[in-house]
Write a protein that binds this ligand. Structure first.
Ligand code: NOJ
Length: 490
């Protein structure tokens, strides 16, 4: 069919000629089309940059009743009518528990060198505390062996929101510091058994989200709507759990095991790049993240945070602040969208947040606003504010409509557009010396997207949840290219 058209016809159809554009590849100044390798030379990432993909246990594993797994708050929540958009749950999800070998192959086919997955606490300690399930880590042992046999470095996350239900029932989950201590026991137990093979451990994933959504607004598990003082106390207990887990991993893991959080940092950016606005964005980064990343790095809440919280400020001891700020090895930043565009202000604390216009563009979920420069500014500002030397982008990616074309392919050009622009900005950061050491694309494959169920797809591989067939999307080829060249702009 295509052959029937001349080049001129095609250019006309595509509207190129009307716009005066050439339908031929760009030429360099000396008239030759630039060879591919040259075109990408200036967009390279540092050598040794870690390229990976990410998933989490509840979103992909399924097998919720196998090998002694206990219930988590997400089992309960997803089975509560009205909580999940498409009325689904993750009882089966991607059936990854049984298909992990195939899924490791998918990672390998991307050429990715690292994989971030999470361990389900209720598999290991079905009651949250007490006796460990003897079979609790068997699946992860198999997964780790498979990853390592395929030359893929595992990065494990200990808490990706699947709190054992008995802890919620007994002590109110993170409302109690008993949960912080239980988390540390679990962390120490896991570190002792996997740190021979896992060198990097993330403690808590996205405290900022699950505290607010789960305990404040009631739209994530456990579905509570606590008043501000209790919510701040929950956040403090999560930070304490992180700190205690760091100490437990140091005590029980192999020497040299690296540890840090993976946080959906409140993403603050200068609305326009002027020195005063950049300074304002630094102040905003520090103040708006004081409740988790700030207290972890500084060992105290900022005066601004405490003043703003007023009577609702968390109650804490100096000893707890010391534990929370136990030294860490890296920071994971989950970066999807710009959250606060700021400008300088004469009024304390020195920044003003601008409102988003209604027409600001977003991807196929409305919260996922498009702001590629977010992945440049946020690590840069975080590194400056807390003097960081190792940052991982622990998540970045987007959902897309991902319709199956007649030929069975998924031409997810919108996801590629998103990734291309974000990766170019990430490369801008690394080329300026911002210490980002690796990038984990969310997600390896479509999965259970929490309150949206299976309706929102974030994967590089499309999953048919009836047949469990995985199909690479066009973005999988895009990402393979980026990894192979170690360069943005592919
Ligand atoms: C962050 C969460 O960590 C992950 O579980 C979720 O699927 C992605 N964002 C996309 O919303």
């Amino acid at each position: 069919m295509f052959d029937k058209f001349s080049r001129r016809h095609f250019a006309k159809l595509a509207g190129f000629s009307a716009l005066g554009m050439a339908a031929t590849p760009a030429k360099s100044e000396d008239g030759d089309a630039k060879p591919v390798s040259d075109r990408h030379a200036s967009s390279s990432f540092p050598s040794g940059f870690v390229w990976g993909t990410a998933t989490s246990a509840y979103q992909i594993e399924g097998a919720v009743d196998e090998d002694g797994r206990g219930r988590s708050i997400w089992d309960t929540f997803a089975h509560t009518p009205g909580k999940i958009g498409d009325h689904s749950n993750a009882d089966r999800a991607n059936d990854h528990y049984h298909r992990y070998k195939e899924d490791v192959r998918l990672i390998k086919e991307l050429g990715a060198k690292a994989y971030r997955f999470s361990i389900a606490w209720p598999r290991v300690f079905p009651e949250g505390t007490g006796a460990a399930n003897p079979k609790g880590l068997d699946f992860y042992d198999r997964l780790l062996d498979e990853l390592l046999a395929n030359g893929i470095e595992p990065f494990a996350t200990l808490y990706h929101w699947d709190l054992p239900q008995p802890l919620q029932d007994r002590v109110g989950g993170w409302q109690s510091s008993d949960t912080s201590r239980a988390f540390a026991d679990y962390a120490g137990y896991v570190a002792e058994r996997i740190s021979d093979r896992v060198k990097n451990i993330f403690t808590v994933n996205e405290a900022g989200r699950f505290v607010n959504f789960g305990y404040g607004w009631g739209i994530d598990a456990p579905g509570l709507k606590l008043p501000p003082a209790e919510l701040n106390q929950v956040r403090h207990h999560v930070a304490l759990g992180h700190g205690l887990a760091v100490q437990a991993i140091r005590a029980h893991g192999r020497p040299g095991t690296k540890v840090g959080p993976a946080e959906n940092i409140a993403a603050c950016l200068p609305a326009i790049d002027t020195p005063a606005n950049v300074r304002a964005a630094e102040i905003a980064t520090r103040e708006l993240n004081s409740g988790f990343l700030g207290v972890i790095h500084e060992g105290k809440y900022t005066d601004g945070f405490l003043e703003y919280a007023g009577a609702a400020a968390p109650k804490f001891t100096a000893g707890e602040l010391k534990i929370i700020s136990s030294p860490i090895d890296f920071v994971g930043l989950n970066i999807y969208a710009p959250q606060y565009y700021v400008v300088a202000s004469d009024r304390a604390p020195g920044f003003k947040v601008l409102p988003f216009p209604a027409s600001f563009p977003h991807m196929s979920v409305d919260w996922l606003r498009i702001g590629p420069e977010t992945i440049y500014w946020v690590p840069r500002l975080a590194a400056k504010v807390w003097n960081l030397d190792t940052i991982y982008i622990s998540e970045n990616g987007t959902s897309a409509a991902d319709a199956l074309a007649a030929d069975g392919s998924v031409y997810d050009l919108d996801r590629i557009m998103y990734l291309r622009n974000y990766l170019a900005q990430l490369q801008r950061a690394t080329s300026e010396g911002v210490p980002v050491r690796g990038y984990f694309l969310w997600s390896l494959m479509d999965n259970f997207e929490w309150i949206y169920g299976f309706e929102k797809r974030f994967g590089l591989y499309r999953v048919d949840f009836d047949t469990q067939v995985r199909t690479p999307k066009l973005s999988a080829s895009f990402y393979r290219n980026v990894i192979a060249r170690n360069a943005a702009g592919a």
